[in-house]
Write a protein that binds this ligand. Structure first.
Ligand code: AMP
Length: 219
């Protein structure tokens, strides 16, 4: 059976998290989201979490060694053996090289298909999206006060937990996250185009419209 390795690129709040969570359920693949893994380390007050916090609070990338260690550990687990959805990694050309190394090590002679999906979006709308974003700390469901509000204010529709706002979802930190994206992550679009693995989708529009476009490219 061919293992499917799907990675996702796009600026902060482009809708990757919403779509990849849905895709993970649809394909029954684990959703490996580095931002959430790092936030869990912070919440659990681990050494990695303590180190990552200062970078995340400033909208910068956490050191490559730290994030690579966490991802390698996660992708080596049994539930990733038929495929995985990687959201938020790699975020630099250096991390892309690390991913290639770890895939080669983990997959050995396994037959694999690697696809990088790029969410192409009008970035002028994204800061408003970020400041209106709320999420459920328990089940991870993502809401937006402007276009996907919970039925009951401040409460998760799925599990009834009180919604929270990410500490880095402020106007100031968002700007710094965009700068980091443009400098470190945007070059990956060209990197994967050259390798012939990039599939670009129009990420403007409703959640369902983007979902249909996503399904069409991952088949
Ligand atoms: P996200 O939830 O994807 O928006 O990520 C939140 C923050 O976590 C980012 O602004 C970075 O500080 C950090 N982060 C997430 N993924 C990575 C990564 N692959 N490399 C370095 N830092 C990361």
């Amino acid at each position: 059976m061919t293992k499917k390795e799907l990675i996702f690129l796009g600026p902060p709040a482009c809708g990757k998290g919403t779509q990849t969570s849905r895709l993970a359920e649809y394909l029954n693949f684990p959703h490996v989201d580095t931002g959430s893994l790092l936030r869990a380390e912070i919440k659990n007050e681990t050494e990695a979490g303590k180190e990552a916090k200062s970078y995340i609070d400033k909208g910068q990338l956490v050191p490559v060694e730290l994030v690579t260690r966490i991802i390698k550990n996660r992708l080596s687990q049994k539930d990733c053996e038929n495929g995985y959805i990687l959201d938020g990694f790699p975020r630099s050309v250096e991390q892309a090289a690390e991913l290639e190394k770890m895939n080669a090590e983990i997959d050995k002679d396994q037959d694999t298909k690697f696809i990088a999906v790029y969410f192409d979006i009008d970035t002028s709308i994204l800061v408003e999206r970020i400041v209106n974003r709320r999420s459920c700390p328990k089940c991870g469901e993502i809401y937006n006060l402007a276009f996907k509000a919970p039925k009951q204010e401040g409460i998760c529709d799925k599990c009834g937990t009180e919604l929270t706002q990410r500490k880095d979802d402020t106007r100031e930190v968002a700007q710094s996250r965009f700068d980091t994206y443009n400098k470190e992550t945007a070059p990956l679009v060209e990197y994967y185009t050259k390798k012939g693995s990039l599939k670009s989708i129009d990420a403007n529009g409703t959640i369902d419209e983007v979902w249909e476009r996503l399904l069409a490219v991952i088949k």
